[in-house]
Design a binder for this molecule. Structure first.
Ligand code: NAP
Length: 294
């Protein structure tokens, strides 16, 4: 039977509509306009596109949106000064410092300086710790997006064997925590894992965040499993053109999976929507209001 295609674009569009409606309500009832500030250091073309999309989406949802672009040779002190100014700006509720940063700027120093209440990427040690203890207000955007997709498609998580391939701070670790909190039996795999195909074949929920094009093969997928492909890889098509593929061999995997996310149009579509949701939640929480339940 053909796999159900998990439509991240559709789920993300509905989430953005809800965020816009809640933002309008927050403004009307409390005079608060959620504010997102982005900080880009350098001229990485992909980062420029990501940041522009984030600011545009924030504006489209009725948020206050500002962006700061620092030169590639900005010092760590320059970046920290900008972050501190945004920490103190009452019109800014979410601060997003686009990663990766140039080598002279330590990611750790930036995250140690960023106000955890405004850390809408949920990367600071405080927010990572709150997730571990089950008390997080702000949850890392892409893992949160994955959980929403599973919920939206009625995928049973409790008691399921979930395998997360990849252990990054940005995705793998928080994703494993969220699946564990939802009562899955979670296994984490990484580059030193022995016999990865065997772990994959036992997974009811297989989450791939590796960064290697079509690495997970179709016959590694347990029949009926849910496959969540987080990878975004640009590969040449041979005529000077490129296409985006995931970490899973989509065509082969969709013949065995029960449900699968496409790339593009799956997980990737959820990340910006969850960033906007986090900014809305931060705006409410900084004002001492309950987090909007969306
Ligand atoms: P990352 O920091 O580069 O981590 C990659 C992980 O994959 C590491 O934990 C690494 O293991 C593991 N790995 C590498 N080779 C492996 C192998 N042969 N077998 C098993 N595991 C292996 O990557 P990331 O930031 O998590 O991103 C992963 C992918 O997701 C990328 O394609 C990225 O573009 C995409 N992504 C998408 C979104 C989105 O919005 N959709 C968000 C974040 C990331 P070690 O730890 O042992 O090195």
């Amino acid at each position: 039977m053909a796999a159900t295609i998990i439509d991240g674009k559709g789920v993300s569009a509905r989430l953005k509509d809800k965020v816009a409606a809640e933002a309008a309500r927050l403004k009307q009832a409390h005079g608060i306009t959620p504010g997102l500030a982005t900080v880009l250091v350098g001229n990485d073309p992909a980062s420029e596109v990501y940041v522009r999309n984030k600011n545009r989406t924030a504006e489209a949802l009725g948020f206050h949106s500002i962006s700061f672009h620092l030169p590639a040779d900005a010092s760590e002190g320059d970046v920290l000064t900008r972050v501190r100014a945004l920490n103190d700006d009452p019109g800014v509720h979410g601060i997003l410092v686009q990663m990766p940063l140039p080598s002279q700027v330590r990611e750790e120093a930036v995250l140690d300086t960023l106000d955890p209440h405004k850390d809408v990427d949920a990367l600071t040690p405080t927010n990572a710790g709150l997730l571990l203890s089950g008390h997080a207000t702000l949850v890392s955007c892409t893992p949160a997006g994955v959980m929403l997709l599973l919920k939206e498609y009625g995928i049973e998580i409790s008691g399921a064997n979930a395998l997360v391939i990849g252990r990054s701070l940005l995705f793998g670790k928080p994703a494993a925590q969220l699946l564990l909190a939802a009562n899955a039996t979670v296994t984490m795999a990484h580059s030193r894992t022995r016999d990865l195909p065997d772990y994959c074949r036992r997974a009811d929920i297989l989450v791939a965040a590796i960064g290697k094009p079509e690495f997970v093969k179709g016959d590694w997928v347990k029949p009926g499993a849910t496959v969540i492909d987080v990878g975004i890889n640009r590969v040449g098509t041979g005529e000077g053109e490129y296409k985006i593929v995931g970490d899973v061999d989509y065509t082969a995997a969709s013949e065995r999976a029960g449900a699968i996310t496409p790339v593009p149009g799956g997980v990737g579509a959820m990340t910006i929507a969850c960033l906007m949701r986090n900014t809305l939640i931060a705006a409410a929480s900084i004002a001492g209001l309950p987090a909007p339940q969306i």
